[in-house]
Ligand binder design. Structure first.
Ligand SMILES: C[S@@+](CC[C@H](N)C(=O)[O-])C[C@H]1O[C@@H](n2cnc3c(N)ncnc32)[C@H](O)[C@@H]1O
Length: 237
């Protein structure tokens, strides 16, 4: 039976929902994006501009795909921490360390109260996560706080396309196809009606840029991908 999850990101309900869908999350992601999500994650990592030896934090890491892409960039001598508040998503991420032959530290925590000292990281990323956080600007401020001055903060997210043809496709995809795929793969009705609702109420790319600036991040910019359905926002601390 499905439980209802409000369109508003109420933290307890969001965490419980991700706990329930953790086992099918990767499969659904690949189906929903035709496998393109790996390319988008790699671009986000490129915009984080981290090299061998860097220390990087990936918040809302989920099953770890952004964190693993970061680990490839920072190499053996670098360190990547993936943080998420869903214990079940983290379990899946930890299982993937062996399969990927990459060591990433996965830890339980809240994006709004990061358990790290100021200036601990060379970059901080968030992939498809900020949309679920209750206070977006506060989350960006936390990401900036735990980074050293001059570090990069990068946010990969679904956004509202501006091109008319893509707008219709986007409506059809999120309102019809995604809930259907979600039912097929996880049998959790509420989870995949939450997704389109969360995307619709999420600020557009310019408004998100404003929230980064409000959080004190500097020189914020964004890149649009996939016909404007995906945005990568990036800024300096
Ligand atoms: C859509 S998943 C994205 C996972 C992963 N970053 C990716 O790129 O596939 C969103 C994740 O954000 C996590 N999350 C949402 N709000 C959070 C918060 N306040 N603190 C930590 N994690 C949070 C959820 O548990 C979930 O794993």
């Amino acid at each position: 039976m499905s439980r209802s999850v409000n369109a508003e990101p109420e933290p307890g309900a969001v965490r419980a929902m991700f706990d329930r869908i953790a086992g099918s999350y990767d499969l659904l992601n690949s189906l929903m994006t035709a496998g393109l999500h790996h390319r988008w994650r790699d671009l986000a990592v490129m915009l984080a501009r981290v090299g061998p030896g860097a220390r990087v934090l990936d918040v809302c890491c989920g099953t770890g795909d952004v964190a693993f892409a970061l680990k490839r960039a920072v190499g053996e001598e670098g360190r990547v921490i993936g943080l998420d508040f869903s214990a079940h998503m983290l379990e899946v991420a930890r299982e993937k360390c062996g399969k990927n032959q990459l060591f990433v530290d996965f830890m339980l925590g809240d994006a709004l109260t990061l358990p790290f000292a100021d200036g601990s990281f060379d970059a901080c990323t968030v992939g498809f996560g900020i949309r679920n956080v209750q206070d977006i600007s506060a989350a960006f401020a936390e990401m900036g706080r735990v980074c050293r001055p001059g570090a990069r903060v990068v946010c990969l997210e679904i956004t509202h396309p501006q091109v008319p043809g893509f707008r219709q496709f986007y409506g059809f995809w999120f309102d019809r196809v995604v809930p259907w795929l979600g039912r097929l793969t996880s049998r959790d009705l509420s989870a995949y009606s939450y997704l389109p609702a969360s995307v619709k109420r999420f600020p557009g790319p310019d408004a998100l840029l404003g929230l980064m600036e409000k959080a004190g991040l500097r020189h914020a910019r964004y890149e649009l991908l996939a016909g404007g359905i995906i945005a990568i926002h990036h800024a300096y601390v």
